[in-house]
Design a protein. Structure first.
Lengths: 438, 293
C-alpha cells in the first residue's frame, strides 16, 4: 500500500520536472508554505530571479511538511529529486543520517566558492542545524521560538495590570487563577505542547533533553526529559487543569483557537503565530513577552530553542546547477531579504544584521513584542542543553510524548509515570534509529 | 439439446482477460510484493542505508505494546462500525420499504451521506462536537455532559465510530433496500394470512431471505472499518488522544509517512494484509454456510 503511494508520487514528480531544458538553468525548490507564507516565499524567489539572469528558481508548493518530505523522498528514489527541499526541524537527524542523499550547506558553499560566514548568523538558529564543530548542514529558512502571549482585556477584568506580564511560573499561575475567577474560560493554554512544555522548557531551564549534548554527539543516546523539574512542571499544569487555570486545547497549533476566541488569558505559542493572533484579537489587546521560568530551578532563564524548517540540498545534480543553489542561499540569507521575511511573517531572521535593519526601520516600536523572539534566542550563549535537539525518529517520539501528556491531562496517569513511560518508549525508537543507521 | 457458447480461438479468452489481469498484477501484486520485500529491510527513507534483517521488523512489532494496543482498538472499532452500521441501516431500510407516500424523497435523503468524502465527514463531525465552538458539545454541556474528545479517549472513539457509521449507512441502506424489494411479496402475504405479525414475518421470512445481502455487507463493512475509515480518523483525531483511536491502518500511515520508518510500516501492512485475507476466508468458510441463497 505504501508503495502505491510512493510510486505515484514519484510518477507525478517525473512529469513535473520533465520540462527542464531552457537556456536558463532551472532550479527546483519544493516547499511546504501555503497561503500568505507561500506568497512571501514566491516574492523572495521572484526577487532572486530578477537579481540575475543565469538561473531560474522554480518554487513548488508540495503540501504539508510531511507531504513535502514524502514527495522529495519518492522523487529522490526515482532519481528525479528537486535541488532544494524544505524539511521541518524534527526531521534533522533523519536527514543527516541519509548518507549520499544530502549535500551539506558548508560543503556546497565551499565547492561553489561562494562567500559564507556562519558567524553572521544567530547562534541558536544555525546551531540547531550544525555539526558539533559548527559546520552548517542545512540553511535555516523559517525559524520561530515560543513566546508568551497575554490577553490584556482579560487581565484588566481580573484587576491585573495588563502591561505587567508574569515572568515566573508561580506568577503566571496566580494571574491565570485570578483571570478564571473573574470569568475567563481558561487561564493558560500552550501550543505545540511537546515543543513548548518539554523541549523549550528544558533549554530555558538549562536541562538536557537527551544525553550526548541532546544528541549532537552521537546516535547512541538516551532521553532525559523525565527530570524532577520536568515532572514538577507537568504535574503543576495537571493540578491547574482542575479549575481551568490550565486548559489543554489539542495537539500542534489547535489550542490557538481558544486564545484567538478570547477564552484564555495566557498562551505560549510560536512567535510566528503573532500576526494571526493580533488579527483575531486586535493588536491592542495582545501583549507579547518572554516565557516564564521556575525560579527554584534556575536563577535566570538560559535561552530558547527554535522550531520551523530549513532548506536541504539534495545530491545528484550537475555541479553547474549547484552554483545557482549556492547563489540562492546567499541571496536568501542576506540582511534585507531576511529583514523583510522577519517583519512580514513573524519568523526570526537567520542573521543579526536583519534584526538590526528591522530595529533601525522602527518596526519594533510600531509592533511591540515582535523583538521578544530574538531576545529569547540570544539571551545567553547556548549551552549543551540549549543549542538544539538532534533526535532520531523524532516524529514518533513527539507522538509518544503527546500521547503520554494527554494521559496526564485526562487524569489517567500522574506526571512522573507518564514522563517515565514516554522516555522508555522513546528510547526504544532511538535504539531502532541507531540500528538503522549504523 | 445442449446450448453452450464456446470459443474456438484459444487466445481470445486470454486477450479478453488480459486488461484485468494486467491491472491486478500492476496495482495489487507488484505493490504487495514490494511491501513484503520492504518489510524485511531496515533502511533510511532515502534508501542510502539498507540492511536485510529477516523478521526483525515483525519481532519489533510484537514486542511493542503500542502495536497490541492499536490492534485492540481496531477490533473494537471495526466491531462497532460494522454492528451499528448494519443495524441502523437495516432498520432504516425496513422503515423506508414500508412507506408508501414520499418514499423517493426519504430514500434520496438517506443516500446523501455517501456522497460526502470520509475526510469531509470527519471535519463536519469534528466541528459539531468541537469542545470550544461545537454546537452539539455546547448542547451536551447544557444538560451536564462534559464532552471533550480532544482529551477523553472513549469519547473520541465514540465520535470516530459515529462519523464512520454515518458515512457508510447510505451504502448499506441501498443494498438492504434492494434486498428487501427482491423478496417475493407472495411469501410475506402467505405468512400474514397464516396469522404471523410484522415482527414474526421479519424474523422468519425477511431476515433469512435477506441474509445473502447481509453477509455481503458484513464483509464490505469490516473491510471499510479496517481501511476506508482512514480519512475520518486523520481529519478528526489523528489517532489521539493518547492513541485511543489509532487503528492499524492509521499506524501504518503514521509510522511510514510521518515517521519515515518504511520497514516497520511495511511489516504492519503485511500483517494487515494477512489479517484481512484470513478474515475474509473465515467469513466465507463459516458464516456463509448459514446463509440461504
Amino acid at each position: 500500500m505504501t508503495r502505491i503511494l510512493l510510486s505515484s508520487v514519484a510518477a507525478a514528480a517525473v512529469l513535473a520536472s520533465a520540462s527542464t531544458a531552457f537556456a536558463q538553468t532551472e532550479i527546483q525548490f519544493w516547499h511546504a508554505m501555503g497561503g500568505n507564507l507561500g506568497e512571501a516565499v514566491n516574492a523572495q524567489i521572484e526577487g532572486f530571479n530578477k537579481s540575475q539572469t543565469e538561473y531560474k528558481v522554480v518554487p513548488v508548493y508540495k503540501g504539508s511538511y510531511t507531504e513535502t518530505l514524502t514527495a522529495a523522498i519518492a522523487a529522490f528514489r526515482a532519481k528525479q529529486a528537486p535541488h532544494i527541499v524544505q524539511v521541518f526541524e524534527v526531521g534533522t537527524a533523519n536527514m543527516m543520517a541519509a548518507k549520499g542523499a544530502v549535500y551539506p550547506i558548508y560543503q556546497l558553499m565551499a565547492d561553489a566558492k561562494e562567500p559564507f560566514d556562519p558567524k553572521a548568523f544567530i547562534g541558536p538558529v544555525t546551531g540547531y542545524y550544525s555539526t558539533t564543530d559548527g559546520k552548517l548542514l542545512s540553511m535555516p529558512f523559517n525559524s520561530s521560538t515560543p513566546v508568551l502571549y497575554r490577553n490584556k482585556e482579560l487581565m484588566q477584568k481580573a484587576g491585573l495590570d495588563p502591561n505587567k506580564p508574569p515572568t515566573t511560573w508561580p506568577e503566571l499561575g496566580e494571574m491565570a487563577k485570578k483571570a478564571v475567577a473573574a470569568g475567563a474560560k481558561c487561564g493558560f493554554t500552550p501550543q505545540w505542547q511537546t515543543w513548548t512544555m518539554i523541549e523549550n522548557f528544558g533549554a530555558w531551564h538549562n536541562l538536557p533533553y537527551a544525553t550526548k549534548q541532546n544528541g549532537f554527539g552521537g546516535t547512541d543516546i538516551e532521553l532525559k526529559f523525565n527530570s524532577p523539574a520536568h515532572v514538577k512542571h507537568i504535574q503543576t499544569l495537571a493540578d491547574w487543569s482542575k479549575d481551568k487555570t490550565f486548559v489543554y486545547g489539542g495537539r500542534e497549533g489547535r489550542s490557538t483557537a481558544l486564545f484567538n476566541a478570547g477564552d484564555c488569558a495566557f498562551h505560549i505559542a510560536s512567535s510566528a503565530s503573532a500576526s494571526g493572533i493580533e488579527k483575531a484579537l486586535t493588536p491592542e489587546k495582545v501583549g507579547i513577552s518572554m516565557m516564564p521560568y521556575w525560579p527554584d530551578v534556575i536563577a535566570k532563564p538560559q535561552n530558547s530553542i527554535i522550531g520551523g524548517a530549513t532548506l536541504w540540498v539534495l545530491q545528484g545534480k550537475p555541479a553547474a546547477e549547484y552554483k545557482g543553489v549556492a547563489k540562492l542561499m546567499t541571496y536568501l540569507s542576506s540582511g534585507p531579504v531576511q529583514a523583510k521575511w522577519h517583519q512580514e511573517t513573524g519568523y526570526v531572521p537567520v542573521s543579526l544584521s536583519a534584526a538590526e535593519i528591522t530595529e533601525k526601520a522602527g518596526f519594533y516600536q510600531k509592533n511591540p513584542g515582535r523583538d521578544v523572539a530574538v531576545m529569547e534566542l540570544t539571551l545567553n550563549p547556548p549551552t549543551e542543553n540549549s543549542k538544539g535537539l538532534r533526535i532520531g525518529n523524532f516524529v514518533q517520539i513527539r507522538d509518544i510524548v503527546d500521547g503520554e501528556l494527554e494521559a496526564v491531562w485526562s487524569g489517567k496517569k500522574d506526571a512522573k509515570t507518564a514522563l517515565d513511560d514516554a522516555v522508555k518508549a522513546g528510547n526504544d525508537q532511538l535504539k531502532r534509529f541507531e540500528a538503522a543507521n549504523k | 439439446m445442449e446450448k453452450r457458447v464456446t470459443f474456438n480461438e484459444r487466445w481470445l479468452p486470454y486477450l479478453l482477460l488480459g486488461p484485468q489481469i494486467i491491472i491486478t498484477l500492476v496495482f495489487f501484486f507488484w505493490p504487495s510484493g514490494q511491501a513484503i520485500y520492504q518489510s524485511l529491510l531496515i533502511e533510511d527513507a532515502f534508501g542510502g542505508n539498507s540492511k536485510f534483517v529477516w523478521f526483525e521488523n515483525f519481532a519489533q512489532l510484537f514486542r511493542d505494546n503500542s502495536y497490541a494496543h492499536s490492534a485492540q482498538v481496531t477490533v473494537v472499532f471495526s466491531f462497532l462500525v460494522a454492528a451499528i452500521g448494519l443495524g441502523v441501516s437495516l432498520l432504516l431500510a425496513v422503515m423506508a420499504d414500508r412507506i408508501i407516500r414520499g418514499a423517493t424523497g426519504y430514500k434520496t435523503f438517506l443516500v446523501w451521506p455517501y456522497a460526502v468524502a470520509p475526510a469531509v465527514a470527519g471535519v463536519l463531525w469534528g466541528f459539531l462536537f468541537n469542545p470550544s465552538v461545537g454546537i452539539v458539545a455546547w448542547m451536551l454541556q447544557g444538560i451536564g455532559i462534559e464532552f471533550n474528545y480532544v482529551i477523553n479517549g472513549n469519547q473520541a472513539l465514540m465520535l470516530v465510530v459515529i462519523a464512520a457509521v454515518w458515512n457508510q449507512i447510505s451504502y448499506n441502506f441501498l443494498f438492504f433496500l434492494a434486498g428487501l424489494q427482491s423478496i417475493p411479496k407472495s411469501l410475506i402475504e402467505a405468512a400474514a394470512i397464516d396469522g404471523a405479525g410484522p415482527s414474526r414475518r421479519f424474523w422468519d421470512i425477511i431476515f433469512p431471505l435477506l441474509s445473502p445481502t447481509g453477509f455481503f455487507l458484513l464483509v464490505v463493512n469490516i473491510i471499510y472499518a479496517f481501511f476506508g475509515t482512514f480519512g475520518v480518523i486523520d481529519s478528526l483525531t489523528k489517532g489521539g488522544p493518547a492513541k485511543a483511536t489509532e487503528i492499524l491502518v492509521f499506524k501504518v500511515y503514521n509510522d511510514g509517512f510521518r515517521g519515515q520508518d518504511l520497514g516497520g510500516s511495511s511489516a504492519q501492512s503485511v500483517i494487515l494484509m494477512i489479517v484481512v485475507i484470513l478474515l475474509t476466508f473465515v467469513q466465507f468458510r463459516f458464516i456463509e454456510r448459514r446463509v440461504h441463497y
